[in-house]
Design a protein around this ligand. Structure first.
Ligand SMILES: Cc1c2[nH]c(c1CCC(=O)O)Cc1[nH]c(c(CCC(=O)O)c1C)Cc1[nH]c(c(CCC(=O)O)c1C)Cc1[nH]c(c(C)c1CCC(=O)O)C2
Length: 371
């Protein structure tokens, strides 16, 4: 195990304070996929490099991670390490390519039970994914305390679905067929993936990640019962194992869960050990507060398509979103990632609107009491 390092001290800890429910002078904000194809400076790097080459080269991953932090100086309250959720299936032995205009593609996905044998028996996570740790450590140094750094992972169910579908899918029929037909083998694969995820999260934390987000991007594709059977137990296990290890090592890093579309399970998601529940844009903020009972900090949830609207509409929607969530226990974000067609200027309008409106909101405790 690596020893704890001395990194530059944090000059902006708004998001960490919001997670703890402390009062903040303004609402913190970051956006998913804040480094990506909507940024001309990212496309420039991407022209010369394959997607996974950027992930695997710490200097390039660090450079791209810092692009939005430099461009939107003072407006973003968190950075997120440039990587992908699919580095875990790669570490487990599956090939993954990023196909231009199509997204991720597994040339040899898991199709039949026999295919499970193609996965490695044991995965040396710290060796296979050391490039992510190096990128995190380098980025912590280069950030120079401007804002905290997220590490992240894909959730077991979402990674399971990718490994079986072999890429994106509208129906997830293949992955769901597995759950119905081979529940025992499905649980075995979910457990194996969970073990890798736990090691990978801890490795990222030891390397310098100050927050961790777990992406269950396909959580909402399951029936609530199947989500409780095939996702929640593993998400719970991840939080409890990571937290137990952190206690042992004297580390304290908040855990965020983003289970896109899993509205029916917000109550559960707010009671399985995560500090923050991240919301997509199809849930009403006040309903989310009711469902999660102020047990967690909420993050989200503007429609990414709002960034295609005129500036005055963006500002109005931001004001309404912030008022609905309230100033406390809240981190502003989009309900999903930045899209390639977005303009960086529209994101700037969104970020400035959050800064301006939240600075004028005052530190009212919880929105019900502020009325
Ligand atoms: C499902 C998922 C993936 N990857 C990720 C998720 C969970 C979040 C979500 O639900 O969107 C997570 C992810 N992927 C990427 C990040 C980087 C950090 C960030 O800035 O947020 C993060 C956090 C970079 C990326 N990951 C990807 C890109 C674009 C690839 C490119 O440069 O060609 C980036 C910047 C590719 C990717 N990677 C994945 C898909 C489906 C795609 C294609 C997306 C598309 O075409 O819009 C898998």
């Amino acid at each position: 195990m690596k020893t704890k390092r001395d990194f530059p001290s944090l000059k902006n800890d708004l998001i960490l304070r919001a997670v703890k429910g402390e009062e903040v002078e303004r609402i913190p904000v970051w956006v998913m996929r804040q480094a990506g194809r909507y940024l001309p400076e990212y496309l420039e790097v991407r022209k010369q490099n394959d997607f996974f080459k950027i992930c695997r080269t710490p200097e390039l991953a660090c450079k791209v991670t810092l692009q939005p932090i430099d461009r939107f100086a003072g407006l973003l309250d968190a950075s997120i390490i440039f990587c992908d959720i699919l580095v875990i299936p790669q570490a487990m032995g599956l090939e993954v390519q990023m196909v231009e205009g199509k997204g991720p593609h597994f040339p040899h996905p898991i199709r039949v039970v026999e295919d499970l044998k193609r996965l490695k028996d044991t995965v040396d996570v710290d060796k296979e994914l050391s490039y992510v740790y190096e990128a995190i450590t380098l980025t912590r140094i280069k950030l120079d305390g401007r804002c905290p750094l997220f590490g992240f992972v894909g959730a077991p169910w979402t990674l399971f679905a990718y490994m079986i579908e072999g890429g994106g899918s509208k129906t997830l029929s293949k992955a769901k067929t597995w759950l119905y037909t081979y529940p025992k083998e499905s649980h075995r694969l979910l457990q194996k993936t969970t073990d890798v995820i736990v090691d990978f999260i801890l490795g990222q934390i030891r390397a310098g990640a100050q927050m961790i987000q777990v992406f269950d991007s396909w959580g909402g594709e399951l029936t609530p019962k199947m989500f409780r059977t095939f996702s929640v137990p593993y998400l719970t296990q991840i939080a409890s194992r990571v937290k137990a290890a952190m206690v042992e090592e004297g580390l304290q890093v908040p855990l965020f869960i983003f289970a896109k579309g899993a509205h029916a399970s917000l109550d559960i998601l707010s009671s399985i050990g995560y500090d923050v529940v991240s919301l997509d844009c199809t849930i009403d903020p006040k309903q989310a507060r009711i469902d999660t009972k102020w047990r967690v900090t909420l993050q989200g949830n503007a429609d990414p398509n709002l960034l295609y609207a005129p500036a005055d509409v963006i500002k109005k929607e931001v004001r309404e979103m912030l008022n609905a969530f309230g100033a406390n226990n809240y981190i502003a974000n989009l309900g999903h990632g930045m899209m390639p067609g977005h303009s960086p200027d529209a994101l700037k309008v969104f970020l400035e609107a959050i800064r301006d409106h939240s600075s004028s909101m005052g530190n009212k405790r919880k929105f019900e009491e502020s009325k």
